[in-house]
Design a binder for this molecule. Structure first.
Ligand code: SF4
Ligand code: SF4
Length: 495
């Protein structure tokens, strides 16, 4: 039994848990809702369609436009092919994505959360399915409160089945990025796909189903770290969805009363001049996180701007100017309250902070493009064999061994020649040759898009420093400007 006095606050009783209030947002139309539709269709289309796009790379490479080929350790993105040792390009892309979020957040607040975040997009899609099956907001609350019966069971089963189909499609689409999509699809349906594919689909299906269908705004408010980081990226000049309390307060009750007060049919002499807010709560009803934006900026607001659409509709009905709730900055709010003209939005967007973020973002992008455009498509690694490090041959010369890796990153077989610099009279031969065949340079044919590994021996006169710096260089026979080098050592004494 709870023996706490009834008038103690939550803080005094250490009760910090607040039970979740289910949110069933009302359908709304308006310019921001239409923008959300466009972004939802575009982002979902990109996600589901991309693995099915083809890209001709010739006979030696897969023809899937975007493919993370884990088995062969390659990442293909249209005409770009990234090898494992070039992973810094992927790191660069991730850094660009992070700085891109900084640019967006400093300019237009949590626009990423409101429009393009996968959690937002899939939750929005699931809410539309829910509305399609259960009906409008009122019907949804009624059905939720109703005891379980045939109607509720049928509706719930229909809704969960549709959610599950979307979730399976989502999980299924993800694995297609990691294998040839048409082939994997056939294997999945015939039950011959790798177990990891089924496991990945299961995990992604369940996370989509649970996060999009049941947890929804809880993910944004409690699980996602991004809202906490974003606050540090915003300042008084960042655009946010804001309720203009100086215009809306004090609130009047209802459309009729607001209109009557405007027409001075109500004796308002004993009241404060009425604000524009008629306390209709339409802004709360459409909010996907169920918050009241009139209470000020809060972590639950994902800046989807649906409350702007809802309030604009109300303002039009009571003949008041739109944008009682609107995108504005803290500084513009202060100017508007003082009766001054706010800064033009473009000036807010193009300010030092956003320009610096953008310059960093663009700088990294241009540097990556430059490096990508000028990168060599051949490479060499030389690892010295250390056991034994040096052998004295019968003619008195010293021999060292090296494991050479030659990368041909082009989609055609190529002939390379390997030479060594740093020691006069050095001679080379491979493990497939004899000492008698040693020369100053060795020729290799490397198949398309592959790595050739070969043991290479280097012999040099015993007279000389105990240890010499040497440089192996590979050059393409069809293009002498295509070269790469690998530094290593030549040792004249053993271990
Ligand atoms: S929709 Fe507009 S008028 Fe209605 S409660 Fe919200 S802020 Fe007030
Ligand atoms: S308060 Fe408005 S902008 Fe914020 S989440 Fe709710 S509807 Fe979207």
């Amino acid at each position: 039994m709870n023996d706490q006095p009834a008038n103690l606050t939550d803080r005094e009783t250490n009760q910090f848990f607040e039970a979740r209030k289910k949110v069933f947002p009302r359908r709304i139309d308006g310019s921001f809702r239409r923008l959300k539709w466009v972004i939802m269709v575009v982002t979902l289309a990109i996600y589901y369609v991309t693995p099915w796009l083809r890209w001709d790379r010739g006979p030696y490479a897969p023809d899937q436009a975007v493919l993370v080929d884990l088995a062969n350790r390659r990442f293909y993105m249209f005409s770009i092919e990234i090898w494992p040792h070039e992973f810094y390009y992927v790191a660069g892309l991730l850094i660009m994505a992070a700085i891109g979020l900084f640019v967006v957040t400093s300019a237009v607040g949590r626009a990423w959360c409101g429009y393009a975040c996968p959690q937002t997009v899939w939750t929005d899609l699931f809410m539309h399915i829910e509305r399609f099956v259960d009906g409008g907001r009122r019907e949804q609350y009624k059905l939720d409160d109703a005891p379980w019966g045939p109607k509720k069971v049928a509706k719930r089963l229909t809704k969960w089945t549709l959610w599950l189909l979307v979730a399976i499609a989502t999980g299924g689409a993800w694995v297609f990025y990691f294998a040839d999509a048409p082939m994997l699809a056939r294997e999945l349906f015939s039950g011959t796909a790798p177990q990891t594919a089924y496991f990945s689909i299961f995990i992604l299906t369940m996370t989509t189903f649970i996060f999009g269908g049941f947890m929804r705004e809880q993910v944004c408010i409690y699980m996602c770290p991004w809202p906490r980081i974003q606050t540090a990226l915003m300042d008084d000049q960042s655009l946010q969805v804001t309720y203009k309390h100086w215009r809306g307060e004090p609130r009047t009750r209802g459309i009729k009363r607001a209109k009557a007060m405007q027409a001075e049919e109500v004796d308002a002499s004993s009241l404060l001049p009425p604000g524009d807010c008629i306390d209709c709560k339409a802004c709360i009803a459409v909010c996907p996180t169920g918050i009241d934006i009139r209470e000020g900026p809060q972590i639950g607001c994902i800046t989807c701007a649906l409350c702007i659409d809802a309030c604009d509709e109300v303002m039009r009905r009571i003949d008041r100017p739109e944008k009682l709730i609107g995108y504005t900055t803290v500084e513009d709010e202060k100017l508007a309250m003082a009766g001054k003209v706010p800064e033009p939005p473009l000036k807010r967007l193009l300010r030092p902070r956003t320009l610096i973020y953008f310059a960093i973002w663009a700088g990294i992008g241009l540097a990556m493009l430059f490096v990508l455009g000028n990168r060599s498509r051949l490479d060499i690694d030389a690892g010295q064999i250390r056991n034994p490090l040096a052998i004295t041959l019968s003619d008195g010369d010293i021999r060292n061994g090296y494991v050479i890796k030659l990368r041909n990153m082009e989609q055609r077989p190529r002939d390379f020649v390997v030479t060594v610099e740093g020691i006069e009279q050095a001679e080379l031969w491979t493990d497939l040759q004899s000492r008698a065949e040693a020369t100053r340079q060795i020729r290799f044919e490397v198949p398309a898009d592959s790595v050739a590994r070969r043991t290479l021996y280097l012999a040099a006169p015993a007279e000389g420093p105990e240890r010499s710096d040497i440089l192996f260089t590979v050059t393409a026979l069809d293009d002498e400007t295509a070269t790469a080098s690998a530094p290593t050592n030549f040792n004249r004494t053993g271990n």
